[in-house]
Design a binder for this molecule. Structure first.
Ligand code: HEC
Length: 321
């Protein structure tokens, strides 16, 4: 078989693994070419796009019988940039990797194969990469040796596309005890009482809105019976976002807000992962729920920055009865 791999960063840690795979395939009689720019793609039976930041159009795809993208999320969830990094930073311990047909728009094509890998929570980046790359190479080998007859269309609503990560997204709080630090996450630190100073990126109007929300949030917080978690900066930020995002139009905490949607014991009824799912993809959660949610108006999907979702999860998972 004539196989091409396109990966757009020569220095990417997957490149040495791709070279090993290339040699292994050569031993079974396949010709594998590794490219770093789509301009180099001549054509063949199979094209793999691995850690590829170039968009491949119909013109390049038409030169191959199959053009396959490796994408580390359970599509249609997690379209966009660095899906596994966003997921791991958000506390995920199982990551799905899809081999899907390259299509327009990006990440929308039908899925050939899926594989999963799991994490124990202590892995460092090279260890996460090793698991991810092993999964990707396994999918590639399967596509060469034993491809399914056809790809399955993606089912369900795609969530909001994930943005490209910036250094800001990986910022850690140096004041937090090491035991409480999880990469990119905001776990509620129980001993720290300091409220983070507002960052200077905020515009004056934004600052004003935020200040008002903090005041409103603090007033709401005062009503929450469990004073211990209410003092947590993460829960406090969560309350501020709860108010800013007008969650209280449909939900109440401690009797404040819309009383028909109380969330006071949501932390005992749902896991943090389920609460996160509700915030990130309420449409799917409402459909999945047994019995199906019929409350009106239904909760709509609203893309929120990862940090805001984390803070809401910290707040809501602490609400227990
Ligand atoms: C337009 C109304 C509306 C808004 C605004 C809204 N929700 Fe919801 N939410 C709902 C409905 C409806 C349900 C389904 C609950 C049911 O069937 O009783 C729900 C369910 C939930 C659940 C699961 C609750 C459970 O008991 O299973 C959580 C958690 C949640 N919402 C959090 C939020 C957060 C956080 C916000 C703000 C970012 C928010 N919601 C904004 C209407 C809304």
């Amino acid at each position: 078989m004539k196989i091409a791999i396109l990966t757009t960063d020569r220095g990417h840690p997957v490149v040495p693994r791709l070279r090993e795979w290339q040699a292994e395939m050569a031993r079974s009689g396949h010709a594998v070419a590794l490219h770093f720019d789509k301009g180099e793609l001549a054509g063949g039976d199979l094209l793999f796009l691995v850690s590829c930041s170039q968009v491949i159009g119909e013109q390049e795809r038409s030169r191959f019988a199959r053009s396959v993208v490796l994408h580390a999320s359970d599509l249609p969830h997690g379209r966009g940039w660095s899906p596994h990094v966003w997921a791991i930073a958000g506390g995920a311990s199982r990551i799905t990797v899809c081999a899907l047909q390259a299509a327009d728009p990006v990440d929308s094509g039908p899925i050939w194969l899926k594989r999963e890998f799991s994490l124990e929570g202590h892995e460092l980046l090279p260890e996460i990469n090793a698991k991810l790359f092993a999964c990707e190479l396994e999918l590639m080998s399967e596509m060469v040796r034993n491809p399914p007859a056809q790809a399955e269309p993606q089912r369900g609503e795609p969530g909001p596309a994930l943005p490209r990560r910036t250094p800001q997204d990986s910022r850690l709080d140096p004041e937090r005890p090491l035991a409480a630090v999880r990469f990119g996450d905001v776990p509620p630190p129980r001993r720290l009482r300091s409220v983070q100073p507002p960052t200077n990126e905020l515009t004056r109007r934004g600052l004003m809105k935020r200040t008002l929300a903090i005041i409103a949030g603090t007033a709401l917080l005062a009503l929450i019976p469990l004073a211990s978690h209410a003092q947590d900066p993460a829960a406090q930020k969560g309350m501020q976002i709860f108010v800013e995002q007008k969650c209280n139009v449909c939900h109440s905490i401690a009797g404040k807000g819309k009383k028909t949607g109380p969330l006071d014991d949501v932390g005992s009824r749902l896991t943090s992962a389920q609460i996160r799912e509700w915030i990130v993809d309420p449409v799917t959660m409402a459909a999945k729920r047994e019995p199906k949610s019929t409350r009106k108006p239904p909760m709509k999907k609203k893309p929120l920055p990862a940090g805001d979702v984390d803070a809401l999860v910290a707040l809501l998972s602490a609400l227990k009865k």
